[in-house]
Ligand binder design. Structure first.
Ligand SMILES: O=P(O)(O)OC[C@H]1O[C@H](OP(=O)(O)OP(=O)(O)O)[C@H](O)[C@@H]1O
Ligand SMILES: [Mg+2]
Length: 179
């Protein structure tokens, strides 16, 4: 697994530091609000687990599972809902937690869906932002790192469902895609 990595873009330590800062900021901004932290599976599960432990105010947690990349490095453009939320979002201040904002198609689809369901507010926290690939008109409210126009893996992010368990964010060697 490690042998497939060309370079580490963001180390475990750098991630931990930024996640702690972000947790403190969210705790401040959402004090007194009815916070629902909504993780988007699968990619966000590692970030979500670390971030929620840095949030020091009361909140509820839920997950949605969506997928648009299947096994490749390019979005299919079709966002498939695999699991919907359990909680009625009415009157909640929703913070959507994502691993990466890339083309933006996944998050603009989800945001529209939650607006229709009358959430009080909807904001986005993403670990990674890749603005170079943006197609949809959407920006994160909170982000930890901006990444270049490269397909990244690790810390929850996959290529063909692999590499999610790497503790850092890295770039794969080109020959991995040719396998
Ligand atoms: O901004 P976009 O171009 O829409 O890309 C971002 C989305 O793509 C990835 O999910 P994916 O569909 O690969 O599902 P996964 O989380 O299960 O890997 C990632 O976790 C985001 O949800
Ligand atoms: Mg994926």
């Amino acid at each position: 697994m490690k042998e497939d990595i060309l370079k580490v873009l963001i180390s475990e330590q750098e991630i931990a530091q930024k996640v702690a800062q972000l947790g403190a900021q969210i705790s401040k901004d959402y004090a007194g609000k009815k916070l629902l932290v909504l993780g988007v599976l699968k990619g966000s599960f590692v970030f979500m687990a670390d971030l929620m432990r840095q949030i020091t105010i009361p909140c509820q947690i839920d997950f949605m599972a969506v997928s648009s990349y299947s096994s490749g490095v390019k979005t299919s453009g079709v966002v498939k809902i695999i699991k919907d939320i359990d909680i009625d979002p009415l009157d909640f201040d929703i913070l959507i937690v994502e691993d990466i904002l890339d083309s933006g198609l996944t998050l603009s689809y989800l945001k529209d869906l939650l607006v229709q369901r009358n959430a009080s507010s909807i904001h986005i926290a993403t670990l990674l932002d890749k603005p170079a690939r943006r197609v949809a008109d959407i920006k994160p409210d909170y982000t930890c790192f901006e990444v270049p126009d490269e397909f990244v893996v690790g810390y929850g992010l996959d290529y063909a469902e692999k590499y999610r368990n790497l503790p850092y964010v890295g770039v794969l060697k080109p020959e991995v895609y040719e396998k």
